[in-house]
Ligand binder design. Structure first.
Ligand code: 5GP
Ligand code: ZN
Length: 139
């Protein structure tokens, strides 16, 4: 179902223009307006779901399939040397548009984008087996 106040629903319906890369009955891919690197794309499902975590598996798989294909095309056609695939879930993780989308970010030799995963400074204080148990209980 289309959500009236959702910018991606408006892109999907054509109310807001976008540079489209791919479209089928369930999925749309278009260039992100911010272009953190050249070719930065977004893959979205046409149905409105808030995030990766609330999207039905079948739909999520279709989105990931298109993300993989675009990543492959980036390597071949744009001369990318790598690709970051990422999806933000929740404000605290940097999500700003609450319609499930996957970023496909081509990476180039010498690009200045920093996506950093720093080691936890309190690593020795963490009980990794206990944390693993907690997550396992939720599966
Ligand atoms: P998020 O922060 O939710 O993971 O990503 C949302 C992305 O949507 C941002 O990278 C932002 O640049 C992009 N975006 C927001 N509004 C528009 C728009 O109107 N058109 C396009 N093409 N991208 C948009
Ligand atoms: Zn939407």
């Amino acid at each position: 179902m289309k959500k009236d106040d959702c910018i991606f629903c408006k892109i999907i319906s054509g109310e807001i223009p976008s540079s489209k890369i791919y479209e089928d009955d369930d999925v749309l891919a278009f260039l992100d307006i911010s272009q953190v690197t050249q070719g930065h794309a977004l893959v979205v499902c046409k149905e409105h779901y808030d995030s990766f975590l609330t999207t039905p598996k079948k739909v999520m798989h279709k989105v990931m399939d298109v993300a993989q294909r675009i990543g492959q095309a980036d390597m071949i056609m744009l001369g990318a040397r790598g690709v970051n695939i990422l999806t933000n879930i929740g404000k605290n993780a940097g999500q700003s548009v609450f319609h499930f989308h996957v970023h496909v970010i081509p990476r180039y030799a010498g690009d200045d984008l920093i996506i950093e995963m720093k080691e936890n400074r309190d690593l020795e204080k963490l009980n990794l087996p206990a944390i693993a148990e907690e997550i396992k209980k939720g599966l």
